[in-house]
Design a protein around this ligand. Structure first.
Ligand code: 6PG
Length: 239
């Protein structure tokens, strides 16, 4: 696992965009396709804006498939929709196809089953994406694997409807999320984490004792897991 530190969110996002471009070109050259798992929340917005600003010709977008690591149980036009945020910042500006959104607005268990079927049909079992972009919440969650939530224990299913109860989700709700067996099958993982509000948690996740129930980001493993962090988030990391 590698930690890469940047001055601020903009610099972090530029580095993430460079990784995205490099890994996309490598995957398309090797296998003719690039499958990427997108995270939601606010951190990736700048990355998506940078990719859109490069223009469609910068990448072989016709060979790039967009997937999501999690989704809120809201319609795509809702302000909380992870797909909706990506549509506004990347998909519409570049006129992208190959978009595989999680249907969050229906029955969550049915939405999870349908997404698992789509992932396995396209990527096998376990579904291997080329790049998983992960965020980390101030509580250490990633995707919608929240602390002490049932989804953390899932070792068979690749997508579940996960009941969560957190101040970050405005209390009890259900999220549709990929599980560790799916995320950890990714060829490459890039965590993007910025902001002072994550500094204490980032130090616990990266340098504290292993406790994935409390800090679910610790449960993400793989041959190439890299953390792109800004100075503010890295402030509590021991040198
Ligand atoms: C979501 C995300 C989630 C996100 C973290 C960090 O649905 O909210 O997938 O895992 O990455 O909550 O969110 P911020 O980038 O907004 O801090």
């Amino acid at each position: 696992m590698q930690i890469r530190k940047y001055a601020d969110l903009d610099a972090l996002s530029r580095a993430a965009a460079q990784d995205f471009v490099a890994l996309a070109k490598e995957a398309v050259a090797a296998r003719g396709v690039f499958h990427v798992l997108l995270s939601g929340g606010s951190t990736p917005k700048r990355l998506f804006q940078l990719l859109a600003a490069m223009g469609r010709a910068a990448l072989p977008w016709d060979a790039i498939h967009l997937w999501w690591g999690d989704e809120r149980c809201v319609p795509p036009d809702h302000a909380d929709s992870n797909y909706g945020m990506t549509r506004a910042t990347l998909i519409e500006p570049l006129g992208l196809g190959n978009v595989h959104r999680i249907v969050g607005e229906g029955d969550p268990a049915a939405g999870a089953r349908a997404y698992e079927e789509a992932l396995v049909a396209a990527l096998g079992s376990p579904p291997v994406v080329d790049l998983a972009l992960q965020g980390m919440g101030p509580d250490g969650h990633t995707a919608s694997l929240f602390p002490h939530s049932p989804g953390l224990a899932e070792r068979t299913r690749f997508v579940v409807a996960n009941p969560v109860d957190s101040p970050l989700t405005k209390g009890k709700t259900t999220r549709i999320t990929l599980t560790y067996p799916a995320i950890n099958a990714a060829r490459h993982v890039r965590f993007l984490a910025g902001g002072a509000d994550k500094a204490a948690t980032l130090a616990a996740v990266l340098q504290g004792p292993r406790d994935a129930q409390t800090y679910p980001s610790q449960g993400v493993e793989g041959a190439d897991v890299q953390w792109l962090v800004d100075e503010a988030a890295a402030a509590r990391l021991a040198p």
